[in-house]
Every structure is written in C-alpha cells, then in structure tokens.
Design a protein around this ligand. Structure first.
Ligand code: AOF
Ligand code: ZN
Length: 360
C-alpha cells in the first residue's frame, strides 16, 4: 500500500462518517474510485441503507472505473440483496485494485466478498485500516460481533471534578464550541440514553440542535423502571419524532399505558434491584436496529454502564468551570479514566478540552 493509498482510504473513512446514524440497520460505508490519482467516482451508503456505496460510486465513474483503484471502508458485499453483490459489480466494471479498511463480519459476506474480487482478477489489499474503520464502523462491528449496541459514554466534567449541582437544574459546564461538538456526536449515534433522574431534573429535549442538522436527531431512550416520565415533559411532547423509548419494568402499568397513548414506545425490561438490567437492554436495542447509543446522564447511569463493562468509548469534555458547593461528583476525570481505557484522540474546543478514550 502506497502513501497515496493510505490517504485515499482515510478520505473514504472520513466520507463514510457523513451518513453515520442515517443508514438504518446497514452500516454507513464509503467508496472512492481513483484513476490516475483523480477521484472519478464516489459513493456512500444511501440514507435508509440502500443503494450500497459501491453501486453509487461505480455509476458515477462509468467507463473510468476500468483499471482504476477502489477504496472501500468495508469489504464489498457478496450476497444478493435487493441489488446484485457489490463485489461482482466491481469485477464487472473492470476495477484493477480494491483497498479495503476492514472485513465484513456479516455471515453472508465475511471473506466471500474478497474471494469474488480475487477470482475476478482484482488485486485485493484486505483489512488495511481496522483501527481507522473502528471509528466509523464501530457500532456495526459491535452489533455484529457482540449482538448488542455500541455504548459511548459522554461526560462533561468541571475543574473541581463535578458533572452538575444537586437540585439546581442544568449547570453549564462546557462552552458553546464543546456543546456544538456534543450535538454533532448526537447526530452520529442511533440513540441518546439518559436515566429518569436526569429527565426529572432537567426536562431535556435530547435532540441535535445544530443549525441545519436538526433532522439528524437520534432516538431518545429513558431508563425508567417505574414509568415516571412526566406526561408534561418535553420528551413526551415531542415523542412522535424522533421516537422516544422508555425502558420500563411493567409496560402494562397505568403510567406506562398513559405514556404509550402519547406515542412513547415501551421497552419491557428486566430489572435487578429496581434498576433496568443493562446487559439485556443493550441487546434489546440492537434487536430494535439501534447499533450505537450515547449515554448522557446522569452520574449513576454512567457508573452502572461502567460496572457492567458495557462502555466501549468515553467522550470526555473537561472545563475550567468550578461547580463548588452541592456538586455531584463525576465517576472519573481525564486523570482517572476507568481501567482498560486508552486515549485515542484529543482536541481543544474553545476553553474546553476533549478526549476520546477506547478499550483496545
Ligand atoms: C456494501 N456496501 O455500502 C454497505 C454494505 O440488506 P442489504 O442487502 O442492503 O445488505 C446489508 C448488508 O450489506 C450489511 O449487513 C453489510 O453486511 C453490508 N453493507 N455492503 O458492500 C455498502 N452498506
Ligand atoms: Zn453491497
């Protein structure tokens, strides 16, 4: 693989981010077709999941695909879905080389895509950037291999190690730039999750409110054993779109029924000591087609996900704000990351510092 190959593959991975959270149960995949150093075709899995990236890129490239190199973020599919397999389409178009970031664990594909390409005379470089692919395909790979939703824990921590103040409603810990980044992250996830305590305190909307990106708001999920979500809350008022799901112990209780009548979707959940059983919940979410969930509050919910070993990524914002008296202690800070997590990326957003930590 040449330096140019690595560059085009990274460009494809960046391109694939654009449809994160918008391709249904299908992963957001990107394809770039390059001929003589120029991009002659580009494709990204369409909103809703079809057509596939390769179909779109090959259509744009037309005859220029002959002898070209295709950069794909995921092994091209080998199965007959609503369209013929992408691997066959690449062969038919006369593509000379395929550079793929990671193989597709889908049992209809896993290795068969590469095999079709090679049998068709294409030079294949497989699994060239699994780490880079993890950034954009992590949710899909987690759902496929672990049969559960990928969990990103988002936390904003003050200079004195707090996530908020008791009984004070919302305390602004981070500034506008960090908040915009957090909203962008919402748009890249299939769902946002909070505990009922956070809803009762803050009455949040949990939408993406970046100008122009509002339609990319993900589903909202509330852990709510006893269906206490207030009928007058903003979540219930806006439950039609994007959907609000309440994980609750008894979907037939009066309160749960009242929520359902207002369009809230109920997830009948197992409980342990009065709390929603999280290992089962993340499996239920995957079954609902929710492959990635961003856990946003509060501290007790964050601790519960950590204790169960269900956190895949930590998105930590650290600010210079002091919360002081009555603060709610964060489960950890940048200096005391939970065991097993390593910093994958750092950034500065205005006055705030950001880190993305992952479990290798
Ligand atoms: C590709 N290119 O852009 C995507 C792929 O239901 P179907 O027929 O759309 O197939 C879904 C599967 O296709 C999905 O599980 C994954 O294996 C693959 N996704 N493959 O060649 C794409 N999005
Ligand atoms: Zn395909």
């Amino acid at each position: 693989m040449t330096a140019d190959d690595a560059r085009f593959l990274r460009a494809a991975l960046r391109y694939a981010r654009w449809h994160l959270g918008r391709t249904g149960t299908n992963p957001s995949v990107a394809t770039l077709i390059v001929s003589d150093g120029a991009i002659v075709g580009r494709g990204i899995t369409a909103i809703g999941g079809r057509p596939h990236a390769e179909t779109i890129a090959l259509e744009e490239a037309g005859a220029a695909a002959r002898g070209a190199t295709a950069y794909v973020t995921l092994e091209p599919c080998a199965h007959h879905g609503r369209t013929p397999p992408c691997a066959e389409a690449l062969v038919a178009a006369g593509v000379a080389r395929v550079i793929a970031a990671v193989s597709d664990p889908d049992e209809r594909v896993s290795g068969r895509g590469y095999a079709i390409l090679r049998e068709g005379g294409i030079a294949v470089l497989a699994d060239c950037d699994p780490a880079g692919a993890g950034d954009v395909l992590g949710a899909y790979l987690t759902r496929s291999s672990k049969k559960r939703a990928q969990v990103t824990l988002k936390l904003a921590v003050s200079a004195d190690g707090m996530v908020g103040r008791k009984g004070a409603g919302q305390v602004a810990i981070t500034g506008a730039v960090a908040r915009a980044q957090a909203h962008r992250m919402r748009a890249e996830h299939d769902a946002i999750l909070v505990g009922i305590g956070t809803v009762l305190e803050d009455d949040p909307e949990l939408t993406c409110r970046l100008e122009g990106m509002e339609p990319r708001s993900p589903r909202r999920i509330v852990l709510d054993t006893d269906a206490r979500l207030p009928l007058g809350s903003k979540l219930v008022a806006g439950a039609a779109m994007p959907p609000v799901h309440v994980a609750t112990a008894d979907p037939l209780s009066d309160r749960a029924r009242a929520l359902a009548e207002r369009g809230v979707r109920l997830i009948a959940s197992e409980t342990v000591d009065g709390r929603i059983a999280l290992p089962e919940l993340v499996e239920d979410l995957a079954a609902l087609g929710i492959a990635s969930v961003m856990v946003e509050g509060g501290a007790a919910v964050a601790r519960a996900f950590l204790q169960e070993g269900l956190v895949d990524r930590i998105a930590l914002f650290e600010s210079d704000v002091l919360v002081g008296e009555g603060g709610i202690a964060a489960p950890f800070t940048g200096e005391t990351l939970p065991a097993g997590f390593a910093v994958a990326r750092r950034a500065v957003y205005g006055a705030d510092r950001f880190m993305l930590a992952e479990r290798p």
